[in-house]
Design a binder for this molecule. Sequence first.
Ligand SMILES: Cc1cc2nc3c(=O)[nH]c(=O)nc-3n(C[C@H](O)[C@H](O)[C@H](O)COP(=O)(O)O)c2cc1C
Length: 186
Amino acid sequence: MTKPTLQVIVASTRPRRVGRMVADYIVERFADHGGFEIEVVDLAEVALPLLDEPNHPRLGRYEHEHTKAWSATISRGDAYLIVMPEYNHSFNAALKNALDYLNAEWQGKTVAVASYGGVSGGTRAAAAITEVLVTLGMIVSNVGIAIPMVQSHIADGRFAGYPQVEQAIESTHAALLELTRGRAGA
Ligand SMILES: Cc1cc2nc3c(=O)[nH]c(=O)nc-3n(C[C@H](O)[C@H](O)[C@H](O)COP(=O)(O)O)c2cc1C
C-alpha cells in the first residue's frame, strides 16, 4: 500500500519568522514516526497574491497560473498539518488567503493544526481556523499541537523540542494517520 501524502503547510510568511523552524522540527519527528510521505508547503515560497480570481473557487474555473499551480500542489495532499502562528488572537492573513483560493481540493481531506504563540500557545488561532477548515469540508483532528512561549524555544536558528511537545507531536501523528487511513478505507 502506498503511503498517504502529508503536506506540512508553513503558514507564517514574515521575514525572521519562527514558523519554518517549528515546522522543520515537527517534520523530523513525523518522519521518525513513519506512515506518511511528507512534503513541506511553505506559504512564503508559494507567495500567493491576495485572492484575485474572478470566479468562486467552488467552480474550479481558475484564470491565473498561480492558482492553477496552487491547486495542483494541494491536490497532491491526502492530509495536511497546518503549522500556524497566532496574530491578534486569530489566524494569520496569508493562511486564510491560501485556504480561500481553493475549494474542492480541500474537501474531505484530513487536517491537524500545530499552533504556537505566547502564553496561549496559539490556541485561539487554532480554534478560529478550525471553523474555516470545517466550512471547507475538511475532517479536522481533535488532537493537535500547541506550543506556548515559542520564542523561548528557539536557539541557534532552530526550534528546540521538549517532552510535552514531543508527546503532542506523537499523539497528533497517530490521530492524523488513523483519520487518513479511515478516510481511504484502508
Ligand atoms: C502581528 C502579530 C500579532 C501577534 N499576536 C499575537 C497574539 O495574539 N497572541 C500571541 O500569543 N502571540 C502573538 N504574536 C506573537 C507571535 O506569536 C510570535 O511573534 C511568533 O513568533 C509569530 O510567529 P512567526 O514568527 O512564525 O510569524 C503576534 C505577532 C505578530 C507579528
